[in-house]
Design a protein around this ligand. Structure first.
Ligand code: NAG
Ligand code: NAG
Length: 240
């Protein structure tokens, strides 16, 4: 009888020590220069009730950068000795949330370098678990510029060029007519200067199809555009 009691107690302790680490369902997206919270939390494996993380060790690393340490909290305090210099002074746990099981990390002044895979790992003396997810950093580039390059008298076609720079990652570039319909255009050419992308794409219009055309460069939920009005085409063809 005594033995069963001891075993039950042991089982109870073992179960209550178990926890799981939960991260976001989708990649986290942040615009460069902003602050972002990388969500991560611990909860008990049985019943999913919350668990305080105050007494646990929390290790945030970059799994795509050989496990470089982003932030480490152990023995009830933040420790910066193993932290990668790239993250120095830019990370913080939300201390008042630790007791509710949140081990989310606040990362400030996000930059393209931060784009990558993050691992949130939590250790107790008896148990450990971890989760990995991506942080996608976006840099919104400059407003595109449309140039009317030429008018070919023979084919009666105008050649337009749309260019935009300063994006990360590579944005989408579309030519649209005044009704917002996507136009068939040339291939999108892209170039990378330092870490940012420039894109350009040509579009040919016959003189019978003159309209107001838009060039739209977009990344996720952000976009910038320029437009060219019919008057520009008329002025150009009469000069040539
Ligand atoms: C937690 O971190 C402290 C400080 O680095 C270390 O001494 C201890 O062994 C760690 N405990 C676990 C369970 O990883
Ligand atoms: C590490 O943290 C201590 C205390 O918060 C701080 O004084 C020190 O400047 C930090 N070291 C580096 C290299 O950031």
């Amino acid at each position: 009888m005594k033995c069963v009691w001891v075993m039950m107690l042991f089982l109870h302790c073992a179960l209550s020590e178990k926890f799981e680490v939960v991260g976001p369902d989708a990649p986290v997206v942040a615009t460069d220069g902003s602050d972002v919270v990388l969500p991560c939390s611990v909860r008990r494996s049985d019943g999913h009730s919350s668990l305080s993380a105050v007494d646990l060790n929390i290790t945030w690393t970059r799994s795509d950068l050989g496990g470089a340490v982003v932030h480490f909290y152990g023995s009830h305090k933040d420790m910066n000795t193993s932290q990668s210099p790239d993250y120095r002074g830019r990370t913080a746990l939300i201390k008042e949330e630790l007791q509710n099981g949140s081990v989310s990390l606040r990362l400030s002044e996000v930059k393209v370098f931060d784009d990558g895979q993050y691992r949130c790992r939590v250790d107790s003396e008896y148990w450990e678990d971890e989760v990995s997810f991506d942080l996608k950093v976006e840099v919104i580039g400059e407003r595109p510029v449309i140039t009317l390059e030429s008018y070919d008298r023979k084919s009666e076609e105008f050649s337009l060029l749309c260019e935009s720079k300063g994006w990360f990652p590579k944005p989408d570039l579309q030519w649209l007519n005044s009704r917002g319909e996507i136009q068939t255009a040339g291939v999108t050419e892209s170039q990378r200067h330092a870490e940012l992308f420039s894109v350009k794409r040509r579009f040919t219009v016959h003189k019978n199809n003159i309209d107001t055309f838009l060039c739209r460069v977009s990344l996720g939920e952000h976009w910038k555009e320029d437009e060219i009005k019919p008057s520009v085409f008329y002025a150009s063809s009469s000069h040539q």
